[in-house]
Ligand binder design. Structure first.
Ligand SMILES: [Cu+2]
Length: 382
């Protein structure tokens, strides 16, 4: 508990919500074990000189005049040391290895290894993560509806873990303590096997106790089951919204991100093409905060909650997600330029959950957008 003169109980949320942004600075300094976060977006701005978007980000982080968490100019995390780069993670789908069984059915197999690993979640801010296959989030597992899936799980971590998949499966494949293989101890392993169903966007995560910590440490990933006939072609990407309680206090997270690294997509905007269909697989893996959100600037998207229907429920620019909620978002960008996306739980945006799409392509529209890109769902391929 942080104590300030005249302040009985104080935490990050109260400070940020209470409009005392100036006072938030010393708190952030104390909560985050290193000072590298100070000028992150100033760094992005310096690196992206001439980009209106990056300057806009800097202003947003500064909250319109007062100071906020930023990073030193030019700094970024060491992606090589982390062993993963959120830019590459976006479009990295792990289809595993397949073979056809005598029955004609496809068997799809993966090996996931749990481990302990220090990762840099913002410049100079390291976090003792627990990982699947060395990364946070774990690999995006992707399969087709009806296939037989087999996931070999090896625990090379110093703590007992499991893998619990969302989806339909027998009780003994549920990856919870006390049922089936139960907890997998250090050096142990098991194999989970079930049918890929229903189609949609799901997730997997460790289910050992204390559950919130085992998830928050990094043991989660996206799990995509494609419909039998697939989805219309698009530039596809995975965004796992997460956060880090870097000092393990009772007050929750100090940093927020998409795919782990705070402000990563401010430093490295996501390149997409004008009028080209974009499909985002969005998963909320955030612990300790009950609500997360996604908002896009200068655009709207079709919202497919859980991805279990091919008909969108809404055409919007902002959605909310509770823990483990996920959705498929489909959109096209009608204009070139830099467009911000961020949590509209805006305190998260200023603590790392913010990025840009850099929309390239011809400035003048060459042709009418394809049906997929038509605004609203009227023209969507069904
Ligand atoms: Cu665990």
């Amino acid at each position: 508990m942080l104590q300030f003169p005249g302040v009985e109980k104080i935490n990050r949320r109260k400070l940020l919500i209470g409009g005392t942004a100036g006072a938030a600075i010393p708190v952030i300094h104390q909560l985050i074990p290193h000072s590298g976060i100070h000028s992150a977006v100033e760094g992005a701005s310096a690196a992206e000189q001439g980009s209106q978007g990056a300057h806009g980000a800097a202003e947003a982080v500064h909250g319109g005049g007062h100071s906020g968490p930023t990073f030193a100019p030019g700094t970024n995390v060491d992606h090589a040391a982390n062993g993963f780069n959120p830019t590459d993670m976006l479009r990295d789908f792990d289809w595993g290895k397949t073979r056809r069984l005598a029955s004609g059915r496809v068997l799809r197999e993966w090996t996931l290894v749990a481990g302990d690993r220090e990762i840099e979640v913002a410049p100079d801010v390291s976090y003792p993560a627990w990982t699947y296959n060395g990364r946070v989030p774990g690999p995006t597992l992707r399969a087709r509806e009806g296939e037989l899936l087999r996931i070999r799980f090896v625990n090379a971590s110093e703590h007992p873990h499991t893998i619990h998949f969302h989806g339909l499966h027998p009780a003994e494949m549920d990856g919870v303590p006390g049922i089936g293989a139960g907890l997998i101890q250090m050096g142990g392993e098991t194999t989970y096997e079930f049918t890929a169903e229903p189609f949609g966007l799901h997730l997997y995560h460790c289910h050992a106790s204390p559950l919130a910590e085992h998830i928050a440490r990094g043991l989660y990933g996206a799990f995509i089951v494609d419909p039998k006939d697939g989805r219309p072609e698009a530039d596809e990407m995975v965004m796992v919204m997460n956060g880090f309680n870097t000092n393990f206090d009772a007050e929750g997270n100090q940093l927020y991100a998409v795919n782990t690294v705070a402000f990563h997509y401010v430093n490295e905007p996501i390149a997409v093409e004008r009028d080209a269909p974009v499909r985002i697989y969005l998963v909320n893996a955030l612990e300790y905060d009950p609500i997360n959100s996604f908002h896009i600037h200068g655009n709207f998207f079709n919202h497919f909650p859980t991805g279990t229907s091919l008909t969108p429920t809404e055409f919007t620019d902002t959605i909310l997600q509770g823990q483990a909620q996920r959705a498929i978002l489909e959109m096209c960008f009608p204009y070139t330029g830099d467009f911000m996306f961020h949590a509209h739980k805006t305190e998260f945006a200023e603590l790392g959950w913010m990025g840009f799409f850099r929309v390239g392509g011809k400035a003048a529209m060459a042709a009418a957008p394809a049906a997929f890109c038509a605004l609203g769902d009227a023209g969507r391929v069904k």
